[in-house]
Design a protein around this ligand. Structure first.
Ligand code: ADP
Ligand code: MG
Length: 606
């Protein structure tokens, strides 16, 4: 037996609270910057409109945060240092709709157990404030005091009673860098709050509250005062909203790259997060644009249904889990890539109207399809399909009326004018076409799924789905459970274009199906959509309408192996680029891959 084995006299005991806090502090407070984060977050949660921070010796001697927030009552001032003391959640239900940065009620208890803390706080309605002093978790004083409205907390000599940790701190320069980074991300995500940061005798930052304008303007202003001017001149706005995910913020132009990491700010539902996979998604949007070993600047805010994100996987809440990692990865990657695309215009189309013609501008050598027996195009209004070029979408193809879901005036929307002679279908599943920057490849199935998905979602919402009547109405038998589901979805199914009626006990008469369903394929569509709906419901947490739209799209999209005519290919591309989010199918698979001409040149050693 080893001598560390428990002997039989050992009893299980409940730890004293001070000891439990000290152990928990190991998770919540790793270094001065983590204490700073908790204190600023509390100030933000308390509704402060200004926050002043004073650091001494990179925070290891003093971290003081003074806010103009709500302040605390005398009772709360004493209670707030107790473990699991929080005013922010009261029940399990609250966990699902957290609006505050804190909610675990652990931070102050943990910090106070490993430092000497003084809290001074006052609510505007109280005539006097209250002061509490705690050393290493023991209350050493509490009395009324004179203080301003709001709260001031000073944390001195962090880890003074945990020598192992104190010795483990890095150099002052490193610890200060972590504090500044923490300050930066909290300042970025709260532009309406004024911040000041002092270190020793220097004022490092003074950031006025940003007001007026919308989110993007305020963030822009904050980036300008927080960083150098060229951050503003050389960043690209990214703004993309889908029913699933909103991404807003700024990314640095590739030329603005940094030798080191540290200016990558990613927020999910307002909370700064570090997530390797999302970082990777953003980095990979810069692929081939950044020199090896350099990093882009970005400040991006993702917003999605809170029930799809679990922030509670780690005590500092900087790590998160998503219910659909891959989907978010692909969305983010394509959205950033698109934002970058808008500034990566090569000067090939420089006519003021964005058009070029064969007569005015002789084309350089191009692979024009003539070797496939198609005549080379000579007419004037033709140019290679170009997903990166500015211009009008599809007017010629749709006789001036845009397809459903087409938005006009979108920011930097990709546009397309397609030349049939520049389209090839590869193995009956990929569509190849020339774009200005090289070669574009579409996955016909994924692309069609995206189109049908957006159209279905829109039809469900507007109730305007077109129906094609069946020549022979069909009677379908359902089990009890499916019938209940069907009844639940009836309104939305009808909106999609299903013409249904309950008939007798367990059967349904199908008189019409959505107009998008390929002919010859109508018979099993209702059952198939229901089956797909049930599979999705078990796998991903999405709302019932979104699920239904996904199911219809998955069920009805053209399959790999379907031969398409040039006209069909053209229409597919055009409809794809009229989509809100053309770059990924609803499940997150890419719809498009672009291969830059440089890549081909490299492979041919040109
Ligand atoms: P949490 O933020 O997870 O609730 P904390 O330990 O950080 O837990 O804070 C405990 C409680 O103390 C908070 O819920 C809040 O009620 C109160 N509190 C802490 N800091 C402040 C502050 N600066 N202003 C007002 N109240 C505060
Ligand atoms: Mg907190």
């Amino acid at each position: 037996m080893s001598d560390v084995a428990l002997d039989s006299d050992n009893l299980i005991r409940v730890m004293p609270e001070a000891l439990a806090n000290k152990i928990a502090a190991g998770e919540v407070v790793q270094r001065p910057a983590s204490a700073l984060k908790e204190l600023i977050e509390n100030a933000v949660d308390a509704g402060a409109d200004s926050v002043e921070i004073i650091l001494k010796d990179a925070g290891s001697e003093l971290i003081q945060v003074v806010d103009s927030g709500s302040g605390m009552s005398r009772d709360d001032a004493q209670a707030c240092f107790r473990r699991h003391a929080t005013s922010k959640i009261a029940s399990i239900k609250d966990l699902e709709r957290i609006r505050t940065l804190g909610f675990r009620g652990e931070a102050l208890a943990s910090i106070a157990s490993v430092a000497q803390v003084e809290l001074r706080t006052k609510r505007s309605t109280d005539s006097a404030g209250f002061c509490v002093r705690i050393d290493g978790g023991e209350v050493v004083g509490s009395e009324p005091c004179a203080t301003r409205d709001g709260t001031s907390i000073s944390v001195r000599n962090l880890f003074y009673n945990v020598p192992a940790r104190r010795n483990f701190l890095k150099t002052a320069a490193t610890e200060l860098r972590h504090c500044v980074e923490t300050f930066q991300f909290l300042a970025l995500s709260n532009p309406s709050i004024a911040f000041v940061l002092h270190h020793d005798d220097l004022e490092l930052y003074r950031l006025p509250a940003e007001s007026g304008g919308g989110f993007m303007e305020m963030l822009h202003g904050r980036i300008q005062t927080l960083f150098d001017d060229d951050y503003v001149e050389r960043t690209v706005a990214v703004e993309e909203q889908t029913s699933y995910l909103t991404v807003r913020g700024y990314v640095g132009e590739p030329e603005m790259h940094k030798r080191s990491r540290g200016e990558q700010f990613l927020f999910v539902n307002g909370r700064y997060v570090r997530n390797r996979s999302l970082d990777h998604a953003i980095f990979s949007s810069y692929r081939n644009l950044l020199p090896e070993g350099t990093y882009p600047f970005f400040a991006l805010f993702l917003t999605l249904d809170p029930s799809r994100v679990d922030v509670n996987v780690h005590p500092t809440k900087a790590e998160i889990k998503f219910d659909d990692d891959r989907g978010i990865y692909n969305f983010l990657k394509s959205i950033v890539r698109k934002g970058l695309g808008s500034v990566m215009q090569t000067p090939q189309i420089d006519h003021s109207d964005g058009h070029w013609s064969a007569t005015e501008m002789p084309r350089p050598f191009r692979f024009d399809g003539s070797s496939f027996g198609n005549p080379p195009s000579t007419h004037n209004d033709t140019r290679p399909f170009d997903a990166d070029a500015p211009g009008t979408i599809s007017e010629r193809l749709f006789g001036g009326s845009p397809p459903p879901g087409h938005r006009t005036g979108g920011l930097g929307r990709d546009t397309a004018t397609v030349d049939d002679t520049l389209l090839w279908q590869l193995h009956d599943k990929y569509i190849l076409t020339q774009i200005r920057s090289g070669l574009m490849i579409l996955d016909q199935n994924a692309a069609h799924e995206r189109i049908l998905y957006e159209r279905s979602l829109q039809n469900i919402q507007t109730g305007l789905g077109l129906s094609q009547q069946l020549l022979f109405p069909q009677t379908v038998e359902f089990g009890q459970a499916d019938l209940a589901l069907l009844q639940e979805l009836m309104r939305d199914l009808r909106a999609l274009g299903f013409d249904l009626e309950l008939f007798g006990g367990m059967s349904v008469v199908v008189r019409g199906v959505p107009a998008d369903i390929q002919s010859g394929d109508e018979r099993t569509v209702l059952e198939d959509v229901l089956t797909q709906f049930k599979t999705n419901r078990d796998r991903v947490k999405v709302g019932s309408r979104e699920n239904l739209a996904r199911s219809v799209a998955r069920r009805s999209a053209i399959r790999p192996g379907t031969r398409l005519s040039p006209k069909e290919m053209r229409s597919l591309i055009d409809q794809l680029f009229a989509c809100e989010m053309p770059y990924a199918c609803p499940h997150g698979r890419s719809t498009i891959v672009k291969i830059p001409i440089e890549e081909l040149d490299k492979r041919f050693s040109r």
